[in-house]
Ligand binder design. Structure first.
Ligand code: HEC
Ligand code: HEC
Ligand code: HEC
Ligand code: HEC
Length: 398
């Protein structure tokens, strides 16, 4: 009797399991997989310290070279109007601010948005949309999909629904990393999901990370050449160019701090103390120059004022050199524009190539958000290379 019942029960269970399995496969094929994104507010009671510091991302932090005030770069650096002519960054280009603004800022920018993949680094809802729509998502209408998103960068982006556990939620980073041999700490990789160079595949609009040959600017450039990718044709010169976006991770690699095993999180999420005297990592991602004691003085013997002065000295040198090279780029663009109709084709080709290589090096430094601090030597060497290339191009022009 008992055996019979068991057998019947197991048949029923088996039948039910089969139905569930078939249903799951069908759902998967239709790509209607649903992911639940638990919102930041929902963790407020369980993780009050993380939630409270997360809300501080609304603050407008101010420092000499960094911070979160959305200053207008086109006003501050008018050279950009010429350098970026023909691409969205000459229409609007504001400084990055706190994570909680990511979604509204991408919705409101006047730059063009070729597809829903522009949401990839702005909201955790993107992960859910990708699960639902698969790769069809990338080229879907930006505005339509943005209307379905609920928040800027949030807990799910780094933790999925397990606060405290680190996860990579972005497939584009996994693909990018598959080209690299070295392994990196998760405390760098969670940030590298978004703080890297990327481009949208011209056909599918998939977010693509150009690391086939590595993460240095010459290796990124070599990847673009191999993949036959260009960002735009400059309207004044007629030459093809690349556009770089926020390569914080790539710049940081190989720096003194990285070689000592320090991660983005060590400086940008220092351990601070709550009212009960307990330590926790701050979830206010901003300039570490506002948290020097917690972020730096555990290792550095200088006073806070001395260390900040040293950082600003390095940043000031990079800033001056960046502006100097911007002006040289403008002069080069004007010289090419004036000579392009009369130059022999082979010379024009050579000049285009030098301009492209110089500009990608300058851009890598200009758009990186630490003003050279993350890796001063790298920033200066890219700028010096850019300058040498501009001089060489100029020597070929009348
Ligand atoms: C050794 C400490 C340190 C490490 C490690 C570090 N940073 Fe920074 N970061 C800084 C400092 C200092 C600045 C400059 C802030 C300023 O100018 O006010 C900065 C600036 C930034 C900014 C711009 C912030 C602003 O307020 O303008 C971003 C974004 C950033 N870092 C991301 C990263 C990422 C991503 C990583 C890891 C790949 C990283 N940082 C690693 C110290 C660090
Ligand atoms: C941008 C990535 C990122 C986001 C977004 C983020 N966290 Fe974290 N979180 C981290 C990292 C990195 C650590 C580990 C820090 C460390 O070990 O120093 C961490 C650690 C934690 C911890 C463990 C604390 C401890 O004492 O070790 C908790 C809990 C946590 N986060 C909760 C949250 C909650 C809640 C949210 C949303 C309100 C959130 N996190 C959003 C990156 C993130
Ligand atoms: C899911 C994408 C995403 C992840 C993951 C991410 N960021 Fe960001 N981050 C952004 C975007 C987008 C902005 C700019 C938001 C804006 O301007 O609206 C930004 C801005 C910042 C800023 C500038 C804020 C200010 O006040 O100056 C800092 C600093 C920063 N991120 C650090 C980090 C660090 C450190 C990590 C890893 C722990 C990290 N981010 C992980 C997308 C991300
Ligand atoms: C875990 C230890 C550690 C932390 C945290 C740390 N540093 Fe360093 N820093 C070092 C070491 C080690 C060096 C290389 C030796 C030296 O020059 O003293 C270094 C070098 C530097 C230099 C020299 C230039 C360079 O980049 O090599 C500056 C400037 C600097 N750090 C600033 C900072 C600031 C600002 C912070 C906090 C935002 C910070 N450091 C956090 C260990 C640390």
């Amino acid at each position: 009797m008992r055996g019979k019942l068991n057998r019947r029960t197991s048949i029923i269970i088996l039948a039910m399991a089969t139905i569930v399995a078939i249903f799951a496969i069908a759902v998967h094929q239709d790509r209607t997989v649903e992911i639940e994104i638990i919102r930041a507010e929902a963790w407020a009671e369980q993780y009050p310290d993380q939630y409270r510091t997360y809300l501080q991302n609304e603050e407008m932090v101010r420092t000499t070279f960094g911070g979160s005030e959305p200053i207008d770069y086109l006003e501050k650096y008018p050279e950009l109007l010429t350098i970026y002519d023909g691409v969205g960054f000459s229409i609007e280009y504001l400084r990055a601010r706190g994570h909680v603004y990511a979604l509204e800022d991408v919705i409101h920018t006047e730059r063009g948005k070729p597809g829903a993949s522009c949401l990839a680094c702005k909201t955790p809802d993107y992960v859910a949309m990708e699960a639902t729509h698969g790769s069809a998502l990338y080229a879907m209408d930006f505005n339509e999909m943005a209307a379905q998103a609920h928040s800027g960068v949030s807990c799910y982006d780094c933790h999925r629904n397990e606060p405290g556990v680190l996860h990579i939620t972005r497939g584009h980073l996994e693909k990018g990393l598959s080209h690299l041999e070295e392994e990196y700490q998760m405390k760098n990789l969670v940030c590298a999901q978004c703080h890297i160079e990327y481009f949208l595949d011209p056909e599918t609009k998939e977010v693509t990370v150009p690391w086939k040959y590595g993460t240095d600017v010459a290796e990124v450039e070599a990847t673009f050449m191999e993949w036959n990718y260009i960002d735009w044709v400059h309207p004044q010169t007629g030459g093809e160019l690349y556009k770089i976006q926020h390569p914080e991770f790539e710049t940081y690699l190989g720096s003194t701090h990285q070689q000592f095993g320090i991660s983005c999180v060590d400086c940008h999420m220092p351990r601070i103390t709550n009212d009960a005297g307990e330590q926790f990592p701050s979830h206010h991602w901003t300039s570490p120059l506002k948290t020097v004691e917690a972020s730096c003085l555990g290792c550095h013997g200088e006073s806070e004022a001395e260390l900040v002065a040293e950082v600003e000295r390095l940043q000031g040198t990079v800033e001056n050199k960046t502006v100097e090279v911007s002006r040289q780029l403008v002069a080069l663009i004007e010289a090419i524009a004036g000579a392009r109709d009369t130059l022999p084709e082979a010379t024009l080709e050579e000049v285009y190539q030098l301009h492209r290589s110089a500009q990608i090096r300058w851009d890598f430094v200009f758009v990186e958000n630490s003003q050279g601090f993350h890796h001063y030597d790298k920033a200066m060497s890219y700028l010096n290379e850019a300058e040498a290339m501009i001089n060489e191009a100029m020597s070929l022009l009348p």
